[in-house]
Design a protein around this ligand. Structure first.
Ligand code: ARG
Length: 462
């Protein structure tokens, strides 16, 4: 089959070249952006008197026909056409004849692909931000029910201090708020039009880049054509945004895996989001959070591979850049599916507050409160208070009880400055509610955080 660029060639292409060089198998996903870009370009060419209005009408009508063929599945995608840009133009020319050949005036596939891919990525930044928003809504609605539910707050995965479950969930809401902002900012920052940059240097035709930019929803026109045709920062940004978001999802998933184990027993995933074992009949495995954790690997890989593709490229467009798409598509698909399934798994999981409460009774979670009491009530330097509290913990260990269950007599034997007012301070609920500093876990502070996120979600426009 004759290639569109075959004018200067004498020999036909090897079939290996087709398989190796083509991007049509994956860039066909950009058909809508491509056709919209072509319509905008044709209308501009007509307004600038570069093509006639008859030619423009024929092009626009022909492209509408191509669009419907693609959408109803009758369009023939052929590897020999190399990429979607040439496949569509070729079909257009079959449909409308010579006018089809005028569409590519003042345009190159280099600015064309930059327009298509950039617009797709910008749209996906917003789609993903919307999905994060629904995930946050679920997190917040679970949090609303658990501002008093105690769980052990941990550092080093060791029991540290009592916190409430809402506070724990809202830590993830904070991560997801940052993610949403990152996706929004990327969509805004990259919303400039490459159309009209042509191959690399602009064009001698009297084009109107502002007009096509406006029609396609861009906020402006790029500043330097040489940069624009080979700029893939927008693709790297969405890859980074997804990698960071998946890292957050992975951390939450790790906790879901731990929490659904017998050792923790803090949650039970709904049967719809867990799987069984082919050999062990008793098993209920948390495959969904495990896979979410695992899929973080591939999105990290996609970011690394595009950074590597881009790092040594001389200006301007190089075919290496065609390697930008599959990883981005894969990361976007992974992110969208992950966000949806995580939202459902969270919405349907059972929270086991008894197990959480029980877990708080081990590990001397209120030990810091005893030290804080000695500082505030007995004017003991914190270092000394820390040492005295260590003795109390050792005594509780020897008795096989939690520090919060030590009797007043035991405490006084450890340090006689301790009086009875210490007793409520060691209670776990009290300990949690004592942490009233800004951003702390006390229920009053958690409620403030809840209000922040509820308000954020309400006001968020995407
Ligand atoms: N399929 C190509 C890509 O995705 C389109 C641009 C090709 N440009 C060129 N001069 N060969 O990058």
């Amino acid at each position: 089959m004759e290639k569109m660029w075959s004018g200067r060639f004498q020999e036909g292409a090897s079939s290996l070249l087709d398989a190796f060089n083509a991007s049509i198998m994956f860039d066909r996903r950009l058909y809508k952006e491509d056709i919209e870009g072509s319509v905008a370009h044709a209308r501009m060419l007509q307004k600038q008197n570069i093509i006639t209005s008859e030619e423009c009408d024929a092009i626009v009508k022909g492209l509408a026909q191509v669009l419907s063929e693609i959408e109803n599945g009758t369009f023939e995608w052929r590897i020999a056409d190399e990429d979607l840009h040439m496949a569509i133009e070729k079909r257009l020319t079959v449909l409308i004849g010579e006018a089809g050949g005028k569409l590519h005036t003042a345009r190159s596939r280099n600015d064309q692909v930059a327009v298509d891919f950039r617009r797709y990525v910008i749209r996906k930044n917003t789609d993903i931000a919307r999905l994060i928003k629904s995930l946050m809504e679920v997190l917040v609605s679970i949090a609303e029910k658990h501002t008093e539910t105690l769980i052990p707050g941990m550092t080093h995965l060791q029991h540290a201090q009592p916190i409430n479950f809402a506070f724990h969930l809202l830590a993830y809401a904070a991560m997801f708020e940052r993610d949403i902002e990152r996706f929004k900012q990327s969509a805004r920052r990259n919303n400039i039009s490459p159309l009209g940059c042509a191959a690399l240097a602009g064009t001698p035709h009297n084009i109107d880049r502002d007009m096509t930019a406006r029609t396609l929803g861009f906020e402006g026109v790029s500043i330097n054509c040489l940069d624009t045709v080979s700029d893939r920062d927008f693709a790297l940004e969405i890859l980074f945004n997804i990698a960071t978001m998946m890292m957050h999802i992975s951390r939450l998933s790790e906790e879901l895996v731990l929490w659904s184990s017998y050792e923790f027993g803090f949650i039970e995933l709904s049967d719809a989001y867990a799987t069984g074992s082919s050999i062990m009949p008793q098993k209920k495995n948390p495959d969904v959070p495990e896979l979410l954790r695992g899929k973080t690997g591939r999105v990290n890989g996609n970011l690394m591979s595009l950074l590597t593709v881009m790092k040594g490229l001389p200006l301007a467009y190089n075919k290496d850049t065609q390697e930008d798409k599959e990883g981005v598509f894969d990361s976007i698909d992974t992110a969208e599916l992950s966000l949806e399934i995580l939202r459902e798994a969270l919405a349907t999981m059972q929270v086991k507050t008894d197990a959480m409460q029980r877990a708080c009774k081990v590990g001397h979670l209120s030990a810091t409160d005893l030290a804080d009491y000695l500082v505030a009530h007995c004017n003991v330097p914190f270092r000394t208070a820390h040492f005295i509290t260590g003795k109390a913990v050792a005594r509780a260990e020897a008795l096989g009880i939690d520090v919060s269950d030590l009797s007043f007599e035991e405490l006084q034997r450890i340090d006689e400055r301790i009086d009875e007012s210490v007793m409520p301070k060691l209670q776990l609920q009290h300990s949690m509610n004592a942490r009233t500093s800004q951003g702390g876990t006390a229920t009053v502070r958690t409620l403030e955080q809840l209000i922040h996120f509820e308000h954020y979600l309400q006001e968020l426009e995407l």
